[in-house]
Design a protein around this ligand. Structure first.
Ligand code: MG
Length: 340
């Protein structure tokens, strides 16, 4: 198999602010893996929080490419080899994993959901994310996003109550909140209890990733379900998190791609955890790959492509909030520039 990689730049419609950072664009990498005249596509959305950058992905991919072998169906073998060549680097591995699944689907002429035995009819609704801004600006964003029945609102600041009030004043949508580790356990308990009367479905990552005792303390002292995102990266994180939280957030880019995510989904089920599938700022290429797995989980937060103004791919669509999977072979993703 031959691998080619190229960087792509995605520009955000609005600056995307969370409790620890602000982002104006995303420098992602598209990977093309070719075998027997067919090409599978994958995407890496590196995150500095998880130790990756455009540079680390572009430097790592050639080392991984030499381990691909000549059978794209040997995904278990291939992913195990990639893990031995270099640890971590999850987005680089996710791009290859995604391209291999796309290639498998194209070689068999079936969509990924069929290849995995998943019903395309069971996709959930996705939330739409509202980043941190002034209360008036967050209310404006909520009004502009009326087509979405679920909002994921970024919190983890001093103004959380004001911000949520402002959104609630203009919208009856379901609201989930994500602090990205921005609170101490004490702040989390106080703020979540103050936010609860506004109708909060669940809260993501109230305290820093390593503070599992803090997660448990928060969970034991609030009435809103608590989910772990940054605390949940590897398969072995899941059993210990089941003692501390009600649910977990899984993402292709922090966990090496589809193959590992499937294992994490089943492990989380065995631990009685609820599951949300989330994303980074990604084009429709990676978002569609994740969307194929959503019939297996409880909640979807797959809106990274909806926040960019120059998405170079078309794949999954959203109808009244619900994810609609494409039925073309593999991921079912097409570049925008060859569609006309
Ligand atoms: Mg999150």
């Amino acid at each position: 198999m031959q691998l080619v990689a190229r960087p792509i730049e995605l520009h955000l419609t609005d600056p995307f602010r969370i409790s620890r950072s602000v982002q104006h664009s995303a420098s992602n990498i598209v990977v093309a893996v070719t075998h027997q005249g067919l090409t599978g596509l994958g995407e890496a959305a590196p995150s500095s929080y998880y130790g990756e950058s455009t540079e680390t992905v572009l430097a790592t991919l050639p080392r991984l490419a030499s381990e691909l072998g000549d059978d794209p169906f040997q995904i278990e073998e291939i992913m195990a080899r990639l893990q031995q060549v270099i640890r971590l680097n999850p987005a680089a591995k996710a791009a290859i994993d995604m391209a291999l699944y796309d290639l498998q689907g194209k070689l068999l002429n079936v969509p990924l959901y069929t290849l995995l035995g998943i019903s395309a009819q069971r996709t959930p609704q996705t939330s739409f994310t509202i980043g941190l801004a002034s209360p008036a600006e967050m209310a404006r964003k909520a009004q502009a996003a009326q087509a979405y029945p679920i909002f994921k609102v970024k919190v983890g600041t001093r103004n959380d109550l004001e911000n949520i009030k402002a959104i609630r004043d203009v919208s009856n949508a379901i609201i989930r909140v994500d602090a990205n580790g921005g609170w101490t356990p004490k702040e989390a308990i106080q703020t979540i209890n103050a936010l609860a009367p506004y109708g909060i479905e669940f809260v993501e990552q109230p305290v820093v990733a390593h503070d599992l005792a803090g997660l448990k303390l928060v969970r034991d002292n609030v009435a809103v379900p608590v989910f772990a995102d940054e605390s949940c990266v590897a398969l072995e994180d899941i059993p210990r998190l089941s003692e501390c939280v009600d649910g977990i957030v899984l993402k292709l880019m922090k966990s090496n791609g589809i193959n590992t995510l499937l294992k994490m989904i089943h492990t989380a089920r065995a631990c009685h955890l609820r599951i949300m599938l989330g994303c980074m700022i990604e084009s429709s290429l990676a978002i569609t790959a994740a969307a194929h797995l959503t019939p297996l989980v409880d909640y979807a937060d797959l809106d990274g492509n909806l926040l960019v103004s120059d998405d170079p791919y078309r794949g999954v669509t959203v109808d009244a909030g619900r994810l609609v999977l494409p039925s073309a072979p593999g991921l079912g993703v097409q570049p925008v520039d060859v569609m006309h």
